[in-house]
Design a binder for this molecule. Sequence first.
Ligand code: G3P
Ligand code: MG
Length: 246
Amino acid sequence: MITPASIMGHRGVPSLAPENTLSGFRKLHELGITWVELDVTLLGDHTPIVHHDDSFDRCCNISGALRDFGRDDLKQINAAARFPELPPESPPTLAEVALLLKQQGTGLNLEMKRHGFSARDMAVTAIDTLQRAAFPSEQLILSSFDFETLAECKQYAPHLARGLIFDTLPSDWEILAKEIGAFSIHCDWQSLNYQQVRAVKNAGYQLYCWTANSPAAVTSLWQWGIDGVMSDRPQDFLSVPLQLLF
Ligand code: G3P
Ligand code: MG
């Protein structure tokens, strides 16, 4: 049974701290937010790290493709480069993040981005890392835009919850969701209409929306029945009246 996940920080709390970093995940916890969505991908030596892009160019103090780096290179890289007022910190490994989140009691929506690696490598490496950290399964959703990665997760760790991510809900969404035994559907909030929300909910899936940064803009989605939002500004959702969330 997955614990409720009505507000998830998207990549941590990137409006206040560097995205996908330990300091960001600590900040999220300080704010009282109990779930996080973050991205995991692989370095060239198959170390799973928490990072969104396939290169370091956008967020870090260096440029280059992740597959050209290994775990030993991380200490040279500053993932807080866009927050010059904050101390530098390395992009975290999934192992480090899993330990921190477990200690904090933060639920984890782990978005797997394989960026050219095989679906099997992505799924098995991420799951093995979480299992070594004894990360609690009731606080974990494995999610991906990539159907093959989720299919590998189903085969390797069928007991773990899986979330299928879409930009726009396709007409065959339910066939795909059944095939990988999805727990949840994750959709761009701007693309959803009332009929789609009700179809997903009536079929029995949790429905999470990304990336909702204005509570007012998603008022109708809560009323239609969504279960949660991922937000760059999760702190702004803490004051949304509870009756709207459930
Ligand atoms: O979990 C889905 C959400 O994060 C949207 O995708 O590109 O921000 O990882 P992206
Ligand atoms: Mg993501």
